[in-house]
Ligand binder design. Structure first.
Ligand SMILES: [Co+2]
Length: 450
């Protein structure tokens, strides 16, 4: 999910104050067995065949059954491979919290000592739950997105694509998010962004949207996965026409520059400058016209806090004078956006993304009982995690738009409209989440795809 540069909007969202997230469950659902059905199938069909067979008298049938050397009923073996579409719990594929690490990158220069330093290693060890939640979320992200990359084709609707991705995420973490509080334990970290062409960020289809993905589209797929509030924010861009290859290459390289420059004590403004240098060293020819690739100057990366997708630090993608430093223990979403347009986005179009505001006004400001009820539903189901209209629809909320406007007008809920560059332009995005661990920088969402 993208951030806009420092403004009131970027004030950090706090970690859930009412503790509902904690109350909802500390377990990450290893025993829920979303996959049990699939695992059982072969056994079931054997049994059925036996039960259906005999035309004979009962006794004979029984005898036959007794004499038959039966294979001992297979113990339901936990599946060892993912299905397509993904349905096997990540906690089953990696038992005992043995989730794969992200890409570990050693710190440089004056931070070189950290890799071997005893004190730093000790600090690192204290974070085991944090790390295993983060790695579980990241592995879920990788498996879902790699399936998405294979399966998404022009001709599909954006609604279909978004639902497929989100259903997969929820199956892999074992929380369908339908019972109150369940989505707060693990699930979507924010609404799935499916941003076409000049739309850079914060578009997700609302109910009734019939947009069909076209061969000519450039689609940014921005997926958030969280486990116990540890949010992985990572995005990629898909295009089906090789004409856009350079645009995508520019942004991928720019994001990798940002990741490389990030580190403890790195200054945010300087990272932005390096990102811009990489981005703007590319150009892209589209339909016979050559465009310079520009960094979108009013979009930024951001730090991520527990249950809060946008912390207070922004990582610019153009040169800036911000001398704020990255610090040990920080989590950052390093995301860059390139554009063939103005390199500047504005709010445009119907809103799909919302989140609770950090500072909640007095509830008595709301006169409508319906608006209060909607606010309650949002707090109980999403807490401070961003959500979209489709997420309310699947909770069977009806006719809530008027009351949602109330919540926005009174400052309970913030809306995040789509962010759009010049009409007819093309934008691309790549994004990773990185952990500035005491000993190493871990690019937690790195995969062999990007
Ligand atoms: Co983001």
């Amino acid at each position: 999910m993208a951030a806009e540069p420092p403004s009131e909007e970027l004030k950090k969202l706090s970690v859930n104050e009412d503790g509902s997230a904690k109350a909802a469950g500390a377990s990450n659902g290893a025993s829920h067995g979303a996959n049990d059905d699939a695992a059982e199938h072969s056994d079931d069909s054997e049994d059925e065949a036996e039960n259906q067979a005999p035309d004979e008298a009962d006794g004979a049938a029984k005898k036959k059954k007794k004499n038959k050397k039966r294979k001992p009923k297979k113990k339901k073996k936990a599946p060892t491979a993912q299905t397509e579409p993904p349905s096997v719990l990540i906690s089953q594929l990696f038992p005992n919290n043995t989730y794969p690490k992200g890409e570990e990158v050693e710190y440089r220069d004056e931070n070189l000592y950290r890799t071997t330093n005893e004190e730093k290693r000790h600090l690192d060890n204290l974070n085991s739950e944090f790390l295993s939640d983060y790695r579980q979320a990241a592995e879920t992200h990788r498996q879902v997105r790699q399936w998405a990359q294979k399966s998404i084709k022009p001709g599909q609707t954006l609604t279909e694509i978004a639902n497929n991705i989100e259903d997969s995420v929820r199956r892999l973490v074992g929380h369908d998010g339908l019972a109150e509080g369940d989505a707060i334990v693990a699930g979507m970290g924010f609404p799935t962004g499916l941003n076409l062409d000049e739309i850079a960020a914060h578009f997700s289809p609302n109910a009734g949207n019939t947009t069909v993905l076209q061969q000519s589209n450039v689609m940014k797929v921005d997926i958030g996965v969280h486990v116990n509030g540890r949010i992985v924010d990572s995005a990629f861009t898909m295009a089906f026409d090789p004409m856009y290859d350079n645009l995508l290459a520019a942004v991928k390289a720019a994001t990798n520059t940002g990741i490389k420059e990030a580190g403890i004590d790195a200054r945010l403004g300087e990272i932005g400058e390096k990102i811009q240098e990489t981005m703007e060293s590319y150009e892209c020819e589209i339909n016979g016209t050559t465009y310079p690739v520009k960094s979108i100057r009013n979009l930024t990366g951001h730090n991520i806090l527990h249950y809060s997708i946008h912390g207070t630090k922004s990582v610019p993608i153009v040169k800036s004078h911000d001398t704020t430093k990255m610090e040990e223990g920080d989590v950052f979403a390093i995301e860059t956006f390139g554009s063939t347009g103005a390199g500047y986005v504005h709010d445009q179009g119907e809103v799909s993304h919302y989140a609770l505001c950090q500072d909640q006004p007095n509830i008595n400001k709301l006169r409508s009982a319906q608006a209060k009820k909607l606010l309650y539903t949002i707090k109980k189901n999403f807490s401070t995690i961003p959500f979209c209209r489709r997420y309310l629809d699947r909770l069977e909320q009806k006719n809530y738009l008027y009351y949602m406007k109330n919540l926005v007008d009174y400052g309970f809920v913030q809306e995040y409209p789509p962010l759009v560059d010049k009409k007819g332009s093309y934008t691309a995005q790549f994004e990773h989440t990185i952990l500035l661990r005491p000993t190493v920088k871990e690019v937690i969402s790195r995969g062999d795809d990007y």
